[in-house]
Design a protein around this ligand. Structure first.
Ligand code: FES
Length: 105
């Protein structure tokens, strides 16, 4: 059973493999920031601190939204704001193993 840890909240939850990250935490009483829950607004963006390979590869819609988020951050804050960071959408990413995340602000 995969374990999802939320770094800035100091909480961890055991979830079912294949669950959508946002849903898995919501069902266990932890609500992450969110908006559309459909992969297009980017409000549910997270940074994967550990275990980036423990999330299923992003779909086209998730990839496109992440690229738009990265472009926005680079314009506002410069390349260093996103360099080397694994950004995903919690409303789209499916959990396949242990992962540590935090909301990406
Ligand atoms: S909540 Fe809108 S993209 Fe995830």
């Amino acid at each position: 059973m995969p374990r999802v840890s939320i770094q800035d909240a100091n909480k961890s939850f055991d979830v079912n493999e294949g669950e959508i990250l946002y849903d898995s935490l919501f069902d266990r009483g932890h609500e992450l920031p969110h908006g559309c829950l459909a992969g297009s607004c980017g409000a549910c963006r997270i940074e994967v601190i550990e275990g980036k390979d423990s999330l299923q590869a992003p779909s086209v819609i998730e990839k496109n939204t992440i690229e738009a988020i990265k472009d926005e951050y680079v314009k506002k804050y410069g390349e260093a704001a996103v360099a080397g960071k694994e950004i995903r959408l919690s409303c789209r990413a499916k959990v396949t193993g242990n992962v540590t995340i935090r909301p990406f602000k």
